[in-house]
Design a protein around this ligand. Structure first.
Ligand code: N01
Length: 479
């Protein structure tokens, strides 16, 4: 029996899942996408300078290697183009419902199937796969007076392209990866730019380069070059970065590299001091960028480190006075620990996922949740990386789900056992203990209670090994 699969989201995760099904000859699936096109985060984030700080040849599917990348680190338009090409090449478009938001999904125990609700009504599916990711809902800050602002204001992930920033006074609130990418571009055109920094970040250089014809020809024609390059990164190159995050000796090396980068790019010692973080490298996502610091040294750019007290019609106020602005950009991140919210998901015995996760989202292998049969998550809890390509993790997860399908075809709905979840939780906690994100760190990796709900605390090769095949003993089956 071929299962009927509902996939939520048409980003990297949802498209990868659909391709997995297509390649297995399973065409009984529907991708529900709330936006007007495919691409997920790469459709949403169109701010100037948006791009990826993971090399192009890793930030793509291993089965759809692309020789046409124009540069070492891809920009947003190129990644979106890649995903659109995949949707076309694998014939996914007829099964994608755009502008169709899944509002709820409930497991009907009498049928052993999911009732999936959208504005268009309810549909039955055997399997639900979430591909909504971790960074899909912008987080606006809660600063007094925000609604009183007299100019234009928008979030970095909802860029208002109708606003021409040329010659205008712009305030950017936040200095994470998104801000670091957009600040140099905004600085080039704005009349004046104020960057409001609450906490400095560690920044290392991004050795970007345009691929010349020779490199592109080599990637296209030299057998196994791309494959070998990927394997090399997964097995060896990620090791140093991972060890730095695990508090190993390479943390000192990474810190030194970041401080050197700061010294090379920011000659003014006073500005440098304000940009020097006071927490261990890796606590928050390390920024990989070579344009951020030079932008901050421009005469028409100010780094403002006094805390914001409120927003007023004319701009942003701090303890030392008003910073006038025509436009405010909130580069303030995402509701990263909310996971599948606001979709209302109900499993067996009326259990609500939001309630099950009230102390923090968690899932066995980041993929399966007890009491929620045949619900699978892509880029779920504890599968985010600070040290490698998330596309690799998604492929491991899709491979795992594909290998679950024959089980559920034979033995009915499958649900991870609470004991397996408990053992998984313990092993994660043990691995987490040695990671830098723990006590004393604040970041979007942690929920309000201080639990790291987002990150994967081991090398990616470990994740590949443990997701290679489902362990039937970890699951309960209907028959
Ligand atoms: O968001 P962030 P982001 N007042 O959460 C500040 C991925 N990504 O969109 O550090 C003042 O990192 C906040 O300050 P603080 C990547 O995984 C990848 O930049 O909390 N400031 C911080 O500076 C990344 O990690 C790429 O003190 C406030 C900023 O806003 C993730 O997306 C490119 C504030 C938020 O930074 C998120 O990055 C871009 C307030 N009230 C993004 N509230 C790639 O290249 C928040 N801040 C793959």
């Amino acid at each position: 029996m071929k299962p009927n699969v509902a996939i939520i989201g048409a980003g990297f995760g949802g498209l990868c899942m659909a391709i997995g099904l297509e390649r297995a000859g399973i065409r009984s699936y529907t991708i529900f996408e709330k936006g007007p096109g495919v691409g997920g985060t790469w459709r949403d984030n169109t701010y100037p300078g948006a791009g990826c700080d993971i090399p192009s040849h890793l930030y793509s599917f291993s089965f759809e290697r692309y020789a046409s990348w124009t540069r070492r680190y891809p920009g947003q338009p190129e990644i979106l183009g890649y995903l659109e090409m995949c949707a076309d090449k694998y014939g996914l478009r007829p099964r994608i419902r755009l502008n169709t938001e899944v509002t709820a999904a409930a497991f009907d125990e009498s049928l052993g199937r999911w009732r999936v609700r959208t504005a268009a009504g309810e549909q039955l599916f055997d399997v639900v796969v979430s591909g909504v990711g971790q960074l899909n809902r912008p987080r606006l800050p809660d600063i007094p007076g925000m609604s009183s602002f007299g100019g234009a204001a928008f979030h970095s992930a909802r860029w208002d392209h109708s606003q021409d920033l040329t010659g205008r006074r712009v305030a950017v609130i936040g200095n994470g990866s998104s801000a670091a990418q957009l600040i140099p571009r905004v600085a080039e055109v704005a009349g004046h730019l104020d960057v409001f920094q609450r906490t400095p970040n560690w920044v290392i250089p991004k050795p970007d380069a345009v691929f010349g014809e020779t490199a592109r020809t080599a990637f296209r024609h030299v057998p196994f070059l791309q494959r070998g390059y990927r394997e090399w990164v997964y097995r060896y190159a990620e090791g140093a970065l991972y060890r730095a995050l695990a508090g190993g000796w390479s943390a000192g090396l990474l810190r030194r590299r970041a401080l050197e980068h700061l010294r090379d790019q920011v000659p003014d010692p006073e500005l440098r001091a304000r940009l020097t973080p006071g927490y261990p490298v890796g606590c928050k996502r390390v920024i990989i960028d070579s344009g951020f610091y030079p932008a901050l040294t421009r005469a028409d750019v100010d780094l403002v480190t006094e805390p914001i007290t409120r927003i007023v019609p004319a701009g942003v106020e701090t303890a030392t006075g008003l910073r006038e602005a025509d436009v405010i950009v909130y580069a303030t991140g995402f509701r990263s620990t909310d996971f599948l919210a606001p979709i209302d998901i109900t499993g067996r015995q009326g259990r609500r996922l939001g309630e099950e996760w009230k102390d923090g989202a968690e899932a066995y292998l980041g993929i399966a949740v007890p009491h929620f049969p045949n619900l699978f998550l892509l880029y779920g809890p504890n599968t985010n990386l600070g040290h490698n390509s998330i596309v690799f993790m998604i492929e491991c997860q899709v491979g795992y789900i594909m290998r679950c399908l024959p089980y559920l075809a034979r033995r009915g709905p499958m649900e991870v056992r609470p004991e397996a979840m408990e053992a998984w939780r313990r092993s994660l906690d043990r691995a987490m203990d040695s990671m830098v994100w723990g006590a004393g760190c604040t970041s979007w990796y942690k929920n309000a209670a201080g639990r790291v709900t987002n990150n994967w605390p081991a090398p990616t090769t470990v994740y590949r090994r443990i997701t290679r095949a489902p362990r039937p003993a970890a699951f309960r089956f209907a028959r």
